[in-house]
Design a protein around this ligand. Structure first.
Ligand SMILES: Cc1cc2nc3c(=O)[nH]c(=O)nc-3n(C[C@H](O)[C@H](O)[C@H](O)COP(=O)(O)O)c2cc1C
Length: 195
């Protein structure tokens, strides 16, 4: 899993053709890159384009039959930590994100992780649901979390963000805290493996 330089992957949880998730994740990734000495990558579920779960066996049986599953598993295995950036849809998180989570099992277990939610009121209901699922699987969630409130004035008329960096800058301490906590967990895992 680990390289010389740790890798933190930020997962874009929304896949709509018109969305703010990618802009927000890119802006968050830029703060991570400025905060910690790690390789920061964005994993965009819209680009990864997983079909609805089509593996015959449960992920926990660890016998993947589809190339897209193997490729997705590799991307997560090669990440020392993951950050789920999720919008709130009807008091939950997107189906595409749940689908991507359900594809894998061992790759998630024990992996340092964090949740950043967003919505008209910070997306707390989505984060709560997601936390329950990630804890059930056994990811190692950091205490810090992000909850970005997106104001109507943050949107362009075409429903993009006017300035994603400015939105994320409103939550700079929270984002920096998450980045720092993930690095601590990665270091602790490396110490444990070396012992
Ligand atoms: C299906 C759907 C349901 C939504 N439900 C909520 C909601 O429960 N709470 C909320 O604050 N915003 C809700 N919104 C508004 C989203 O926060 C807003 O559209 C945001 O831009 C979604 O992220 P995305 O653009 O990355 O998909 C909803 C949007 C969609 C598309």
């Amino acid at each position: 899993m680990s390289q010389n330089r740790p890798r933190i992957s930020l997962i874009v949880g929304s896949t709509r053709p018109v969305r703010i998730g990618r802009q927000l994740t890119d802006a968050t990734a830029a703060v991570f890159a400025d905060t910690v000495d790690a390789d920061i990558q964005v994993l965009d579920l819209a680009e990864i384009n997983l079909p609805l779960l089509d593996e015959p066996l449960m992920a926990s049986m660890n016998q993947y039959s589809q190339e897209h599953t193997v490729a997705w598993a590799k991307q997560i295995s090669e990440s020392d930590a993951v950050v789920f950036v999720t919008p709130q849809y009807n008091a939950g998180y997107p189906a595409a994100l749940k689908n991507a989570i359900d594809y894998l099992y061992a790759e998630w277990k024990g992996r340092p992780a964090a949740i950043i939610s967003y919505g008209a009121h910070g997306g707390g209901a989505a984060a709560k649901q997601l936390r329950e699922v990630l804890e059930f699987i056994g990811l190692d969630l950091v205490p810090g979390h992000g909850a970005f409130t997106i104001e109507r004035t943050d949107y362009t008329p075409a429903w993009g963000l006017v300035d994603a960096d400015a939105v994320v800058a409103r939550y700079l301490p929270e984002v920096q805290k998450i980045a720092g906590e993930l690095m601590q967990k990665i270091a602790a895992d490396e110490d444990e493996q070396a012992a």
